[in-house]
Design a protein around this ligand. Sequence first.
Ligand code: ATP
Length: 248
Amino acid sequence: MHISDPALTLENTSISYGHVSAISNVSLTLAAGEILALIGPNGAGKSTLLRGIMNQTAKMNGHALAEALDITSMPPHRIVRAGILHVPEGRQVVAPLTVRENLQLAARASRRCPRREVQDEIDRVHELFPPLDRLRDTPAGLLSGGEQQMVAIGRALVARPKVLLLDEPSMGLAPVMVQVIYDFLGAHRDALGGAAVLLAEQNRIALSVADRVAVLSRGQLGFVGPCDSLSDSIMTEAYLGTENHSST
Ligand code: ATP
């Protein structure tokens, strides 16, 4: 599929840990405003690819572009400044700070959120994630895993991303919390402010909110296309087999 004016482009991206290849020749484009599910089994390379985009892995070969800007060799803080925000696995919040302070810190650190709009942004996160409302003054480290995930996503949203890299937001969460996170992604597309989302997950849950899906297996992209074209046999092969489907 050809995307004019993509928000994020990966061209022939490869990443190795020493002599071990983790990502091989991945090319992918994300349109502004689309949610692309990146699914694949344990160890497929999803986290490595997301960290590679942020230049937080060993050297990446190939190219990463944010709109037309080449971010391949940029330091991570400049990539963030270019509007690429990463919510890594494991719900990273600043544990001793309250929910309010976590969100304030992220909004104030962002050049993309004017000072006078910081409070509006924080209020917006509370509207999006109602369970956080009564927890404004609670240290983030005391929250449940699901609540911390909401804070972590909230911290990225207040920075007004152009591209949001979400790494397994469902990991380790109770089903009810997974539902809250996915309800948010499914129902509040406007709250993403037109950001493109690359949503890494191990399983099909990401398909419930995604526009397209890309299947990663052993560091290589297989199927890329509309979610409703992803067959059970492609999934089985990606998770259990060795055969790869060519990209569409
Ligand atoms: P999961 O769903 O389990 O998080 P993943 O798809 O995100 O898996 P990665 O964590 O990116 O996969 O791992 C891809 C491969 O790279 C695996 O073989 C993993 O063992 C290897 N790997 C990841 N991080 C490192 C590292 N820091 N040093 C060496 N090898 C690594």
